[in-house]
Design a protein around this ligand. Structure first.
Ligand SMILES: O=C(CO)[C@H](O)[C@H](O)COP(=O)(O)O
Length: 220
């Protein structure tokens, strides 16, 4: 059975956008290594966020942090080079848009980065299967992507458990990441269902101590 270490990846989407450097500092001071970057193109999702130049500057300030880059974009393959050069540690692309997905996963891997794939809440977990042998991490969006601060979808636990079962059946060991609506109150059940990599924006930046305590309780 796969037992990946538990990782909390705070999303800086929920931080003060005028002080992103301080936000990464807060993550580091909490003893965490992963930082989640939500990149939005106003096409795949109805919102815009940050581009590679933000990542590049934060990489200069924080050379040792793990930058988990979630591309919510229709054409993510056109930006792999830019985000890799800017300092991404992992690049995560969605399954849903029409672009050369398999080639893009290979390109991310060949650049020496960790490879992630993501699905929206209404996409079947089983659609991930052909790509799972080629990724280090599979992420389930637990809200409709585009905005922070939403409520977690009702079937999050079932979807996490289904992905965990698929991972066991396929004898793989990719990480299972969840993103959206995670709180100190619901994180334990998500971890029990099989999530090992937790993205949290609002909960981390607004309720830091409660979230860290809830995760620490599951990490014993
Ligand atoms: O990908 C995202 C939105 O598309 C965010 O990462 C996600 O919603 C996390 O934010 P919060 O923890 O505030 O729900």
């Amino acid at each position: 059975m796969v037992k990946n270490s538990l990782v909390l990846a705070p999303s800086i989407l929920a931080a003060d956008c005028a002080a992103l450097g301080d936000a990464v500092g807060k993550i580091k001071n909490a003893g965490l290594k992963w930082v989640h970057f939500d990149v939005m193109d106003a096409h795949f999702v109805p919102n815009l966020s940050f581009g590679p130049q933000f990542l590049k500057r934060l990489r200069e300030l924080y050379p040792d942090m793990f930058f988990d880059v979630h591309l919510m974009m229709d054409n993510p393959h056109l930006y792999i080079d830019a985000f890799a050069s800017a300092g991404a540690s992992l690049i995560n692309v969605h399954l849903e848009p029409d672009f050369p997905l398999a080639e893009t996963l290979r390109e991310i891997h060949l650049k020496g980065l960790k490879v992630g794939i993501t699905i929206k809440p209404k996409t079947s977990v089983f659609e991930l299967a052909p790509y799972l042998p080629f990724v280090d991490l599979a992420m389930l969006m637990t809200v409709e992507p585009g905005f922070g601060g939403q409520t977690i979808v009702e079937n999050a636990h079932e979807r996490i458990a289904a992905l965990k079962k698929l991972r066991e059946e396929m004898k793989l060991n990719f990480r299972i990441e969840i993103d959206g609506g995670v709180t100190a109150q619901n994180v334990s059940n998500c971890i029990k269902a099989g999530a090992d990599t937790i993205v949290a924006g609002t909960a981390f930046f607004k309720h830091t101590d409660e979230l860290l305590a809830a995760i620490a309780a599951e990490n014993k």
